[in-house]
Design a protein. Sequence first.
Length: 206
Amino acid sequence: MNPMRRSQGFTLLELLIGMTLVGFILSLLFAGLNLGTRSWEAGEQRMATSSRQAVVVDFIRRAIEQTYPLRWRVGEEDRLAFAGEAESLRFVGTVAMHDGASGNHLIALDLVDGETGRDLAMRWRLPDPGAPGFEPIEQAEPKVLIKAVKEMALAYFGAQSETEDPAWHDQWLDQKTPPELIRLRLTMENGETWPDIVAALRARTQ
């Protein structure tokens, strides 16, 4: 190659090749930066979801653990204020008020219709001393805890008679004492299965 021609600068072909290489390198750098940003955002979203899940699980477990074995006088017999079924739970427990006060309330935990299927909701209301039963709670406003729940399965561990060994049951109705343990399993609409929520009742006798 003529030294005089080289001293005059780069040829048009060399400039085009150089610009193409620079563009290719910049494209790779941008793709890597975009991928890193998406990964960071996905990680933050997973952390936020996991933190919220832990808070909700802890709230539900604490509420169930504080079940109070209230008994209603119905006719000539005392009945335990507790009704556990496979997809609903009615019990008496402590609910903290906004002003810091607390007291025993009728509490319901079940599924309600939501925007994207069914939602897990909790309702509570003060009991009516003159009307034993969970009827007053049916008018309480539901507070949504978890959205888009596909399936909810409650189970109750304990002995339902003096001659029976403790075991898991899908119902706990008209029993003399509350169950020893309550387990809640949730499957979400997106296919995710939450870890089992297992609560041990602290007070099983009045």
